[in-house]
Ligand binder design. Structure first.
Ligand SMILES: NC(=O)c1ccc[n+]([C@@H]2O[C@H](COP(=O)([O-])OP(=O)(O)OC[C@H]3O[C@@H](n4cnc5c(N)ncnc54)[C@H](OP(=O)(O)O)[C@@H]3O)[C@@H](O)[C@H]2O)c1
Length: 300
């Protein structure tokens, strides 16, 4: 089975490449700029046709949440029009698509974790552009699986865990917001789940439970406690550590508003595919172990 993944250097794309080595008969091919540019719709179908995939994973996105407030047209071009064009291309080559979306489609007003039936109400341009992308994908092809996830981190690219470890090398204490809750989601775990369900999506449409799902790390935590856990794991591995000081979101203004609660319930996914995500604490430890090993080898 060949899986075409959009974006070459993204956290999820690189995790899919890495994890695919443990799956026999799975070939992950990443396609990104300049050959496939989501802001240049004419590049999309030819790039996907050349790949001859059995399945498309639409992982690339305009992910600069704050910058999107200044560049709404660019964010919508990539996350809405671009995502829709990828889904149209998948339909054109007659394969299903897994499209990745975000917890930031919600406004955070709910007390508990969000389910798929909850009404989205994005607070940011990024969230609105991703929601428009979900709708464009669903309109383009019925053979879609839209996976909303949140707080993605990995050994690759830019992410919260890497930022916290870098700051811990430079400072004794780090201020982190303590009034935003979510599910830290390992891109490696997401990749494993996607590879596991891919065979079912490509086998026959009768087996494929297409639709909208939430898929995020098991457990809910604040940003500050997420940081504390990552730093404790780092210290246990001989890596950097710093004291985490709780602050309120109001004390750390950012161009984009973020939901105070964007935790997602993955129960529908688990019921449909018989697969649950690992506890976020265990996955953070695994990623931190790799990051600290990289820091040690860079400094030796
Ligand atoms: N990161 C999170 O916390 C988070 C949370 C919820 C949902 N998500 C969603 O999960 C998915 C994967 O996220 P991620 O963290 O792996 O993303 P990421 O590491 O930020 O990577 C984004 C990828 O998109 C590519 N890209 C951006 N603009 C493009 C364009 N015009 N044409 C083609 N490729 C383009 C980038 O390419 P270049 O390498 O060329 O820049 C990069 O490879 C995204 O859909 C994101 O919206 C992420």
């Amino acid at each position: 089975m060949r899986i075409a993944v959009t974006g070459c250097e993204g956290q999820l794309a690189l995790s899919l490449v890495e994890r695919s080595r443990s799956w026999s008969g799975v070939d992950v091919v990443t396609i990104g700029r300049p050959h496939l540019d989501l802001a240049e719709p004419a590049t999309i179908l030819p790039a996907i046709e050349r790949c001859r995939p059995d399945l498309v994973v639409s992982a690339a996105a305009y992910t600069a949440v704050d910058q999107a407030e200044r560049e709404p047209e660019a964010a919508f071009a990539v996350n809405a029009l671009g995502a829709g064009a990828v889904a149209e291309a998948a339909a054109c080559v007659e394969v299903p698509i897994i499209h990745i979306s975000t917890d930031y489609v919600f406004d955070g007003g709910k007390q508990g974790s969000y389910a798929e039936g909850d009404t989205p109400a994005p607070l940011s341009v990024y969230g609105a552009s991703k929601l428009a992308g979900e709708r464009a994908v669903a309109e383009a092809t019925p053979r879609h699986l839209i996976l909303r996830t949140g707080w993605v981190y990995s050994p690759f690219g830019k992410n919260f865990v890497k930022t916290i470890l870098r700051l811990a090398k430079e400072r004794e204490d780090i201020a982190v917001v303590a009034d935003q809750r979510g599910n830290p989601s390992s891109a490696i775990d997401l990749a494993d789940a996607i590879l596991d369900i891919s065979a079912r999506l490509t086998k026959s449409d009768e087996d494929a439970a297409f639709g909208l799902y939430h898929l995020a790390g098991a457990g809910v935590v604040t940003r500050a406690d997420f940081a504390r856990h990552a730093l404790s794991a780092s210290r246990a591995e001989g890596g950097p550590w710093a004291y985490v000081r709780d602050i309120a979101t109001d004390a750390f203004p950012t161009p984009a508003s973020r939901p105070s609660n964007s935790s997602l319930s993955s129960a529908k996914f688990t019921a449909a595919f018989g697969r649950a995500m690992p506890a976020w604490q265990d996955s953070v430890k695994r990623t931190v172990r790799r990051l600290v090993a990289n820091i040690s080898s860079e400094s030796s």
